[in-house]
Design a binder for this molecule. Structure first.
Ligand code: NAP
Ligand code: ZN
Ligand code: ZN
Length: 358
């Protein structure tokens, strides 16, 4: 007699989505299997999914880590359509949200600290990560439905503007987490570099935390919007005179830029013991002038999304402060056009797909 050592593959159902079959292919209709909910799973009908620049980096394989086909999307808000027998925090009909992660080891020190994004084994991304249940890779939120372990599903406290909530699941938490970690608060001077999806949330959040917020942009036409969103000052970064006025004056700068640019220009704006934190992830490595770190003991750091407890904290903070993302809702058929506009910095300030269009 033989006993099988292979874990049982769960039952599957088909779902419709949009995916790319290669780095040079446009996103196009793609249907694939989702698992039927296991005891700890929540099945969600996707209502809205935000469009993150990381989706574009991955679909075009700019980080050299894509396994095709890729179904992107990790800013998901939807409604619960089924729950497994062990699920306690969600019931059918509830609103639910999913961000950048759908699993992690749950046992390492980082997972135990609620910092699953830094899991020592590796967190499982909502897309483009190995899928331990069905084999192949995980598929994201550019789809009609998704099945996620309850631990990685968030509650949506703001029930009024679901399209505006969706981008909080990546753009919101990716800016909230470093602002909190570096203790941004009243009386501090804080810079946000780039007014895109992440940047505009950074401006809103830093303002709500009480900081004096300066937005750096390459797009002079975004000046008025930046002020409306909560920036106290706006600097066009190509204007050296405007930059020089801020030399050595910042406690903290958060850089959200998606393309190569000169980090030294921002390091010199930081005061003693201040920090420049990168969340933007251009594929090319930057050049750092070491003296810009040595003088004034400045620090250069990075930050990755945020853990599950902090993501819930951020959603609650945003609901309390009435913060949502400024969005342009699009049908999924416009997704390739939206990517081209994102590359031209022509986003105000996050595209969100209305999944009813699929
Ligand atoms: P986005 O909406 O496209 O915004 C990026 C902004 O950067 C643009 O709107 C533009 O702002 C500025 N920019 C673009 N090209 C530039 C250039 N050549 N020089 C200077 N500035 C330029 O992108 P996003 O969705 O916010 O994502 C931003 C980056 O963060 C991406 O690399 C993404 O992969 C990364 N990301 C990282 C994490 C993390 O965990 N660390 C999470 C999510 C996303 P202005 O017009 O104002 O200059
Ligand atoms: Zn993202
Ligand atoms: Zn772990």
């Amino acid at each position: 007699m033989f006993t099988t050592l292979v874990a049982a593959v769960p039952a599957k159902t088909k779902t419709a989505g949009y995916g790319a079959t290669s780095a040079s292919a446009p996103l196009a209709p793609f249907s694939f299997a989702r698992r039927e909910p296991l005891p700890q799973d929540v099945q969600i009908e996707v209502l809205y999914c935000g469009v993150c620049h990381s989706d574009l980096h991955t679909v075009r394989n700019e980080w050299n880590n894509a396994t095709f086909p890729v179904v992107p999307g990790h800013e998901i808000v939807g409604r619960v359509t089924a729950v497994g027998s062990d699920v306690k925090r969600f019931k059918v009909g509830d609103l639910a949200a999913v961000g950048c992660m759908v699993d992690s080891c749950r046992t390492c020190a980082n997972c135990k600290a609620g910092l699953e994004q830094y899991c020592d084994v590796a967190f499982v991304g909502t897309y483009n990560s190995p899928d331990k249940h069905l084999g192949g890779m995980t598929y994201g939120g550019y789809s009609k439905s998704i099945v996620v372990d309850e631990y990685f599903v968030l509650h949506v406290p703001d029930k009024t503007n679901l399209a505006g909530v969706a981008p909080l699941l990546c753009a919101g938490i990716t800016t909230y987490s470093p602002l909190r970690h570096w203790k941004v608060s009243k009386g501090q001077k804080v810079g946000i570099v780039g007014l895109g999806g992440l940047g505009h949330m950074g401006v809103k959040l830093a303002n709500a935390m009480g900081a004096h917020v300066v937005l750096f942009t390459t797009s002079p036409n975004k000046k008025e919007d930046a002020q409306r969103l909560g920036a106290h000052e706006v600097v066009v970064s190509k204007n050296q005179k405007e930059m020089d006025r801020h030399l050595g004056s910042f406690d903290f700068i958060l850089d959200t830029v998606s393309a190569p640019h000169d980090l030294n220009a921002y390091l010199t704006l930081i005061k003693r013991d201040g920090t420049l934190t990168l969340v933007g992830a251009p594929p090319q490595p930057p050049t750092i002038e070491v003296f810009n770190l040595i003088f004034k003991r400045r620090q250069l750091a990075g930050s990755l999304i945020g853990g599950i407890p902090e993501t819930q904290e951020m959603l609650d903070f945003c609901a309390k402060h009435k913060l949502t993302s400024d969005v342009e809702v699009i049908p999924i058929q416009k997704i390739n056009e939206a990517y081209e506009r994102m590359l031209r910095s022509d986003v105000k300030y996050r595209f969100v797909i209305d999944m009813a269009s699929l």
